[in-house]
Ligand binder design. Structure first.
Ligand SMILES: C[S@@+](CC[C@H](N)C(=O)[O-])C[C@H]1O[C@@H](n2cnc3c(N)ncnc32)[C@H](O)[C@@H]1O
Length: 228
């Protein structure tokens, strides 16, 4: 059985499930929410090279206004990188199979790095964060958009047969293609997520990337940081 895309499952069926979700109408609201946020953040940097960590099938790179910058998307799933290359590779956009825990780049290769919907899937945030800071140049910017700790109840509501171990929650959930799969999410408090960015400076800039109904916390949060 292949579960949804997560920190350990990079199977082609998991990739197919993610592609089916992200290329469906359900993901269209990102055009008004997520992608403008990414562009506003990138505009505020002077980076000439930008890294997308856990780029999936590459859609964030497609919606980035690069204005001469070079975009590099990495993902641990070869099926998703194949899809990204097929759909979006061009002279300014490049995709590589790689794991955030061991990035295949020299130190200080990027002026900016971002990640969408990956941080809450990672078992080892300390290693991931330190790798990202290694490949950022001094003064380089980081943007992490991931599950909002204030909205964890909404994230976990669809799960059943739940097993927890510390901040790790594993449960059964319906995938985008309708199958029931085991899935894992890490429900860390904000202090722990930001504590792992201790090598950089950060601010908690935006907790409502995708607002829900009035009064409800947004499902996603954005953390910005930079490398001193
Ligand atoms: C929920 S998807 C988000 C994809 C993309 N960022 C987007 O928002 O369209 C999470 C992605 O992270 C990738 N991923 C999970 N663990 C990873 C790791 N350790 N290193 C690199 N990519 C990873 C998965 O393969 C998957 O494509």
């Amino acid at each position: 059985m292949a579960g949804p895309v997560d920190d350990v499952n990079f199977s082609s069926s998991a990739a197919a499930s993610w592609i089916s979700l992200i290329e469906s109408d359900a993901a269209r609201r990102r055009v008004d929410t997520l992608y403008p946020r990414l562009n506003a953040w990138l505009e505020g940097t002077s980076a000439s090279d930008v890294l997308d960590i856990g780029c999936g099938q590459g859609i964030c790179g497609h919606f980035l206004a690069l204005n001469g910058r070079h975009y590099h998307g990495i993902d641990a799933s070869s099926a998703l990188i194949d899809r990204a290359t097929h759909l979006y590779a061009d002279t300014h956009r490049q995709f590589t199979v790689a794991n955030v825990y061991e990035l295949p780049f020299a130190a200080a290769s990027f002026g900016a790095a971002f990640s969408v919907s990956l941080w809450h899937l990672l078992a080892d945030l300390a290693t991931a964060t330190s790798e990202v800071f290694r490949v950022l140049e001094s003064g380089g910017h980081l943007l992490v958009i991931a599950a909002n700790p204030d909205a964890y109840a909404n994230w976990t509501a669809p799960y059943c047969d739940v097993v927890t171990d510390g901040h790790r929650l594993e449960g059964s959930v319906r995938s985008a293609v309708g199958t029931i799969e085991r899935d894992t999410i890490y429900l860390r408090p904000l202090s722990m997520i930001m504590g792992n960015m201790a090598q950089g400076l950060y601010d908690w800039s935006d907790r409502h990337v995708a607002p829900q109904k009035d009064g409800e916390p947004g499902m996603f949060s954005a953390i910005t940081a930079y490398k001193p």
